[in-house]
Design a protein around this ligand. Structure first.
Ligand SMILES: NC(=O)c1ccc[n+]([C@@H]2O[C@H](COP(=O)([O-])OP(=O)(O)OC[C@H]3O[C@@H](n4cnc5c(N)ncnc54)[C@H](OP(=O)(O)O)[C@@H]3O)[C@@H](O)[C@H]2O)c1
Length: 368
């Protein structure tokens, strides 16, 4: 594999538009030299497998500054399913093409676009990605540096690079000045974010206690670099104390909410920080204020959309400059459960909403 030039990534990012802002992609109905493509669409909010429809669009000629991208892979995230059902922090403007990130290949450029080439791989973010084809302003995509002839596996990993790895990296870097040997704890550790967090922490010598809700995950998480894997329960704080041999836990990261939140608070050492970034249980986080007061616990929240809103170009460059080379070299990866075409979007959404998946569900439009 070609060595990735950070300079290329930085240059590329200069042209990137704000990420993770819900974009609405209109499939045009012009018919000149038309080819057709499938895309997913919702016209009402509700249960994802019920309300997502497969539509056939007709390719339209490019307008000034636009490019045509063949979507190669796009993940289904919990936030996508929550948004479709009307339960997320932002609500889609209907009709909407779901999907919040992916990777694609430029297949056509309008003549004004000179910083991209035909065949180039680009990251897609902030636009509906569950589609075989996307036409967008060239400035909205993030060009990837030349990766030679990337494997199908790498293309799939790249499709997940703008949200979850960044989330894991930023949560590790933003709240506590973590040092080698420090202990941190996280919930929902078998999620993609959880897996990235384990791998990034391991690279820095930070020790992780990883909480999950079911048996059978320790082997995979230990292979990723976990120091301990525990099953959530009323005795979680005691389990964590014995896993760290009573060393203080300085940072707890929660995506579950409910009682898990207070259990993580109880596991923290004096002055420890508890970060919430998701509510997978659907239950409001509970928090014992006695624990907060006794141990001077600091409660924080992380939302990537908020981070993008405030991040400078240098912040983005620093974050992507760390993440993309790690993904390209195979040092940072997520498990993949299954792959579906756009036409199979209802099955894909159903699978993505099930418990005990073996990783991410991907839409891989052209592999079928
Ligand atoms: N705040 C932000 O900016 C931000 C950014 C990215 C992601 N997130 C959030 O991070 C979380 C993980 O996202 P992801 O894409 O990494 O997820 P994912 O890979 O799709 O996996 C979801 C995981 O959550 C686990 N899970 C579901 N409900 C649970 C519960 N009640 N208790 C414990 N574990 C539970 C599942 O475990 P099983 O295998 O046991 O079913 C599964 O491993 C989501 O809440 C997402 O919205 C937030």
């Amino acid at each position: 594999m070609n060595k990735i030039s950070l300079g290329a990534i930085f240059a590329a990012l200069i042209s990137a538009m704000p990420l993770a802002l819900a974009g609405h992609h209109e499939a045009s109905m012009h018919h000149d030299h038309a080819t057709t493509f499938n895309y997913a669409e919702i016209n009402q909010l509700g249960e994802p497998a019920t309300v997502i429809e497969v539509k056939e669009g007709t390719s339209r000629p490019l307008e000034i500054g636009e490019i045509r991208v063949k979507v190669l892979a796009a993940p289904i995230h919990p936030s996508n399913l929550l948004a479709i059902s009307g339960n997320y922090l932002t609500t889609p403007v209907l009709p909407s093409i779901p999907g919040s990130e992916g990777v694609g290949q430029v297949v056509e450029l309008s003549s004004e676009v000179t910083h991209l080439t035909k065949g180039q791989l680009v990251l897609l973010a902030g636009m509906g990605t569950w589609s075989e084809e996307i036409v967008a302003p060239a400035a909205m995509v993030i060009p990837l540096p030349d990766l030679g002839k990337p494997s199908a596996e790498l293309i799939e990993q790249l499709s997940m690079s703008t949200i979850n790895p960044l989330t894991a990296l930023l949560m590790l870097n933003s709240y506590v000045d973590l040092k080698e040997g420090d202990w941190i704890v996280q919930s929902a550790s078998n999620s993609a974010v959880g897996g990235y967090l384990i791998q990034l922490a391991k690279q820095r010598g930070i020790k992780t206690v990883n909480v999950v809700r079911r048996e059978g995950l320790a082997e995979d998480l230990m292979a990723k670099g976990a120091d301990a894997v525990l099953i959530d329960g009323p005795d979680l704080a005691q389990q964590i104390a014995s896993a760290t041999n009573n060393a203080p836990v300085v940072l707890a990261i929660d995506a579950v909410g409910g009682d898990t939140f207070s259990r993580l608070a109880e596991s923290l050492g004096n002055g420890g920080t508890l970060v919430t970034y998701g509510v997978l249980s659907g239950k409001f986080p509970t928090l014992n204020l006695g624990t907060v007061l006794r141990n001077d616990i600091r409660v924080q929240s992380f939302w990537l959309t908020r981070w993008f809103g405030a991040a400078t170009m240098a912040d983005r460059q620093a974050a992507f400059g760390q993440i993309i080379p790690l993904i390209a070299s195979g040092a940072l990866k997520a498990n993949i459960d299954s792959r579906f075409s756009v036409a199979q979007i209802k099955e894909a959404a159903t699978r993505a909403g099930q418990r005990a998946r073996n990783g991410k569900v991907l839409i891989v439009p052209h592999a079928h």
